[in-house]
Design a protein around this ligand. Structure first.
Ligand SMILES: CC(C)(COP(=O)(O)OP(=O)(O)OC[C@H]1O[C@@H](n2cnc3c(N)ncnc32)[C@H](O)[C@@H]1OP(=O)(O)O)[C@@H](O)C(=O)NCCC(=O)NCCS
Length: 192
């Protein structure tokens, strides 16, 4: 499975989503390498983006995320090609700003959702979001939180459409420099 560089939009609009497994580590890293920079403000240098991808989004790091029982990764595909992913992390946030901003416990972090540009606006992200929220609800969580760069207006709009509201701010270290994020939270209905 490889990330789709030339995927027709029709394929993206018929996306399916499945749980990722250990065999998907390379594919997830390939999607992350293409998409992480899209979430960053123009002021962020290519070197900082590259350093973050190499350190945090390598195939080896994804192999570790896939083996972590607190994490769940979902992969969107269209016509056999990867379109995007979402990673969810159960548990109390490590970041003190997030701990004081969010109101719902237990919580799950949506960390985060990355879709290839050719699949933006096709519904693939909405499908990943719906499945991610379902998984979080299934863990018994009362809420889902996320951090989003304050300049990433497209993602903020997508999260607002998906039912998240802004509850605070935090800082996010990329390549040795802090970026300013909004913290957003989504309440979950009690799971039957
Ligand atoms: C964030 C992401 C998953 C959303 O998926 P998507 O398919 O683009 O989402 P949608 O098209 O359904 O929604 C985006 C909304 O933002 C709007 N939008 C697009 N560009 C925008 C901009 N520059 N400013 C404000 N809103 C914008 C779209 O019109 C749409 O709103 P609408 O449905 O009301 O018209 C996807 O854009 C992505 O992967 N981006 C790159 C990585 C990233 O930023 N991930 C999030 C990290 S926190």
């Amino acid at each position: 499975m490889s990330a789709a560089a030339d995927l027709p939009r029709a394929a993206a609009s018929t996306a399916t989503v499945r749980a990722a497994s250990a065999e998907d580590a390379e594919t997830l890293a390939a999607v992350a390498a293409v998409t992480f920079g899209l979430a960053c403000p123009p002021s962020m240098t290519r070197e900082r983006v590259k350093a973050f991808v190499a350190e945090v989004l390598s195939p080896a790091r994804f192999a570790g995320y896939l083996a972590d029982p607190e994490r769940h990764l979902l992969l969107a595909e269209g016509e056999g090609k990867a379109l995007g992913y979402v990673m969810l992390v159960s548990g109390e946030p490590g970041d003190a700003d997030v701990r004081s901003a969010i109101r719902l416990r237990p919580t799950v972090e949506l960390s985060k959702i990355y879709v290839l540009p050719e699949a933006h606006g096709t519904g693939a992200a909405a499908l990943l979001m719906a499945r991610g929220l379902d998984w979080a609800a299934g863990t018994g969580a009362a809420g889902v939180w996320l951090g989003v760069n304050q300049q990433n207006e497209r993602a903020q709009r997508f999260y607002a459409k998906s039912g998240f509201e802004r509850v605070g701010t935090k800082r996010f270290l990329v390549g040795g420099v802090f970026e300013d994020d909004y913290v957003m939270e989504h309440a979950l209905a009690p799971h039957p």
